[in-house]
Design a binder for this molecule. Structure first.
Ligand code: ADP
Ligand code: ZN
Ligand code: MG
Length: 505
């Protein structure tokens, strides 16, 4: 599993996100309705119906056999690992897994589909009735998941990159038979930003649980968007359009923004939206009609005769459930409840499994979750980002960060001094006490040394001392500041406050 670079952290979800690029005037009158169909490649070593390796970038047509080439007479065998990963995904999406599900042939012709059909699931999918939560606490929004089903991937048509690409297209069947799940959402999203948040959450969930790396550059997460608009308050949904060819989250958002405006324009000019499949064109930023929407009967679905129905026993389900790692949404809620974190911090710290683990180890060492959260999400992530490193390569160990936070809590270190110490820990990998000893940055807690500084400050500021004694006690803050300054930040502010009060009053 690759570590997600922290440089790519996106803003956490909140309910008030607006569809930034869609004109306000449109959104006061119309409401967008969005449902997504996501294809996720399962992280198996081998294909779903044969033992060919799944390997990105191998020489064309080298990872193939009679089964995934679709040669007559070759028989598929369903991969147990693929089914288990699909079950994990379904459980992560809080779906009900059907005890009995069936694989089905979805027939269509395409050069990269040598069998002439895709093996998918139709009326008896693996799992149904799930949900995915965006955000945390008050900001949480639930998006329904209609179904999760398994299918095999097609091969790949290559239209360019060859000397004769103007005349020929080539087919690489290495990808043919790669295990996928399709995750169909309910039409529950109401803005392009919410759709963006949904796919972000989906990707995070798949990576957390180890179901898929979801590397979009390798096509491990692909997404089609269904979108319609309706007058606000209208009881029925409008006619939907399916947009394909969205190979990044940014394009998903841009395509939806474009499509919403296009549909509103049609309705405003008295027209009707045509139900169809459209393609997003990256270079123009527009969607273009590709074909009128195909219907289920066009595919002549029928049960796959070469595979027995899939039976998921209670025992197997329990086994897979036990293996499932904590989900990001559950973790966010737990962080908020258990450590009293603010919603923003809970989201940031649960962003990756590594970051969450780090935070928890540091919080355990410090005994103060909230303060630890501030140090991790603020200073430490800042240092990591600046050096282009992920949390897994943090030179500051979680236990050492926890110790730093604990030292502040015990009053042995001021926050100001700690901010100087952390970058030094980051540089050398040393613990806080080691840096403090080496740099002579011990906080002045011995009262003799502190009293001496307090006396100097009193002697140097007769006017303020007089004001204080005359009842203007607010001036004490200024004097504490002078003590801090004179000690170069090494005095304990609380102790300085006490010592000044004692001396002055
Ligand atoms: P189809 O019969 O075209 O396959 P489905 O009802 O199976 O349509 O839905 C496919 C996807 O489209 C789902 O993700 C669903 O949430 C979404 N969807 C359905 N109706 C609408 C609508 N009116 N507007 C936007 N999305 C919709
Ligand atoms: Zn094969
Ligand atoms: Mg459908």
């Amino acid at each position: 599993m690759t570590t997600i670079s922290l440089l790519r952290i996106t803003a956490p979800y909140n309910r008030n996100m607006c569809a930034s690029a869609v004109a306000e005037s449109i959104l006061t009158k119309y409401e967008p309705v969005i449902g997504l169909e996501a294809h996720v490649q399962l992280g198996t070593k081998t294909k779903i119906f044969c033992s060919c390796p799944v390997e990105f970038g191998a020489p064309p047509n080298t990872n193939v056999c009679p089964v995934c080439l679709g040669l007559p007479g070759a028989l598929p065998v369903l991969s147990r690992q693929a089914v288990e990963l699909a079950m994990e995904a379904a459980l992560a999406l809080k779906c009900r897994i059907n005890e009995l599900s069936r694989l089905a042939r979805k027939n269509y012709f395409y050069p990269d589909l040598p069998k002439g059909y895709q093996i998918s699931q139709y009326d008896q999918p693996l799992a149904e009735h799930g949900q995915l939560n965006l955000g945390v606490g008050e900001e949480r929004k639930r998006i329904g998941v209609t179904r999760v089903h398994m299918e095999d991937d097609a091969g790949k048509s290559i239209h360019d990159g060859f000397a004769d690409s103007d005349r020929y297209s080539y087919v690489d069947l290495n990808r043919s038979g790669t295990p996928l799940i399709e995750i169909v959402s309910d039409p529950d999203m109401r803005s392009p930003d919410e759709a963006y948040a949904y796919v972000t959450e989906l990707k995070q969930m798949m990576q957390y649980t180890g179901i898929s790396d979801c590397d979009m550059e390798k096509g491990q997460l692909r997404c089609d968007a269904n979108v319609s608009v309706r007058l606000r308050g209208a009881p029925e949904f409008g006619t939907k359009v399916e947009v394909k060819n969205l190979n990044s989250f940014r394009f998903l958002k841009l395509a939806l923004e474009y499509e919403i405006e296009r549909q509103v324009e049609i309705l405003e000019s008295g027209g009707k939206v045509r139900q169809e499949t459209r393609l997003y064109n990256v270079s123009t930023g527009q969607t273009i009609g590709m074909r009128s929407k195909e219907r289920a009967q066009d595919y002549r679905y029928f049960p796959e005769p070469d595979l027995v129905p899939l039976h998921v026993s209670e025992h197997w389900l329990r086994e897979v459930t036990a293996k499932l790692a904590e989900l990001p949404s559950d973790r966010r809620e737990r962080f908020a409840a258990e450590y009293g974190l603010r919603e923003y911090d809970a989201q940031v710290l649960a962003l990756t499994r590594e970051l969450g683990d780090y935070f928890e180890a540091a919080a355990k060492a410090s005994g103060d979750g909230r303060a630890t959260a501030n140090w991790v999400s603020g200073d430490l992530l800042g240092l990591l980002n600046a050096s282009g490193r992920g949390i897994a390569h943090s030179p500051v160990r979680a236990e050492d960060l926890g110790e730093l936070v604990a030292l502040i809590g015990k009053g042995e270190l001021s926050g100001k001094l700690a901010k100087e110490i952390l970058p030094k820990m980051f540089e050398t990998g040393e613990s806080a006490p080691a840096v403090m000893d080496r740099e002579g940055l011990r906080q002045i807690s011995d009262s003799g040394a502190l009293d001496k500084i307090v006396d100097e400050v009193i002697a140097a500021n007769p006017k303020q001392v007089e004001q204080y004694r005359g009842g203007k006690t607010a001036v004490l803050g200024f004097l504490v500041g002078q003590v801090m300054k004179a000690s170069r930040g090494q005095a304990n502010p609380g102790a300085a406050n006490e010592a000044l009060k004692k001396r002055l009053g």
